[in-house]
Write a protein of this length. Structure first.
Lengths: 193, 193
DNA sequence: GTCTATAATTTGATAGAC
DNA sequence: GTCTATCAAATTATAGAC
């Protein structure tokens, strides 16, 4: 097999997904559910239907996979954020879109944010993976600072720091309690002026 | 050796710490730094100076250790909270004490909250460990709801959910960014009316 | 790109002596 | 309570054939 056929409902188009992307998809799902250290090469390979030795062809070390996962996740997050906000009528709608990305992870995907999970395991991870996770949080704080500023909120930088923290913790607490009202309460607080 | 001598500065008293407590202390520190799956019996035993086989005498399975850790952590947290709030002049001081417990973990201990870390790894953990982690979050939400109510804040239950989430996420983001201002911004938002 | 085979290490766990 | 000895399984990783 050279490529998995993926049909997108909104594109009358067929895309050949590379094996590399398929590996990243499965690894991301697994790690967002159970963490970096609970996921093995064998398990990822098994879900695709190849051997773990083949996985090492694509990602020589686990650290290589981890780093690429965080980079791709950050890029995809940014792309989704841009796409969801390009037609926003006002800055509040942008902040709502930011919240929606988190809500979608928790409720539709039933997964946490990759960087929240890796952030919790930080000291057991390769250092460059940690740096990338930190970059993700900083980018989000910067983005949210701008949005709060545009919306005319006071103390935008401080609000943005609190907002990013709130959504991160909301994923964990809401998931643990299996109570989406925790996430919604957190989302409300991020929007409140 | 039958007991490690522990001197408390505020008690002119010497306490013999049981081996069981010593194991729990080291396991807690390790797991709060690196997560459940990155910590092994051999490593914990090594730090105490015994063999991993001896550790199995105290905690037959890793799940037994994990469960006991969460229970003890929850009890200690509650005891510290009661102790810190018994002389509080008003409900706001109580909420500040709640925040202080988190601040102390991050800044003094340089560790995350055990239940925040385990919550992020939830799906890779034994189910009873997860239940105990969920209990921790629910207890804190209940406690904070009462405090907000006493302080006369509106929507106390919703605020409490957001507050617990905010402090949980603040630990992760602040630690990842090595930027305590993230925690302080989050702490401010928890206190704001 | 994927496979088989294998190495080197780590891990959770047990049996039985002291 | 702790030890030695040991196990079975899992893990990351590499070499070399196809």
């Amino acid at each position: 097999m050279i490529g998995k056929l993926v049909f997108f409902y909104n594109l009358s188009q067929t895309i050949i997904m590379s094996q590399r992307e398929r590996i990243l998809d499965i690894a991301e799902t697994s790690m967002r559910a159970r963490g970096y250290n609970a996921v093995s090469f064998r398990e990822i390979a098994g879900e695709i239907g190849i051997k773990s030795a083949s996985l090492h062809y694509h990602f020589p070390k686990k650290a290589d996979l981890g780093l690429e996962l965080v980079k791709r996740y950050s890029e995809n997050f940014r792309t989704a954020l841009n796409s969801a906000t390009e037609n926003a009528a006002n800055p509040i709608e942008k902040i709502e879109a930011f919240i929606d990305l988190h809500r979608n992870a928790l409720i539709e995907q039933e997964l946490l944010c990759l960087c929240v999970v890796l952030g919790a395991e930080a000291r057991s991870l390769p250092e460059d993976v940690n740096s990338s996770v930190a970059n993700f949080f900083q980018s989000n704080i910067n983005w949210l600072t701008d949005a709060y500023q545009d919306a005319g909120f006071e103390n935008a930088p401080s609000r943005a720091k609190a907002g990013v923290a709130t959504l991160a913790g909301a994923l964990i607490a809401s998931d643990s309690l299996k109570d989406n009202s925790v996430f919604e309460a957190a989302a409300d607080s991020v929007l409140k002026s």
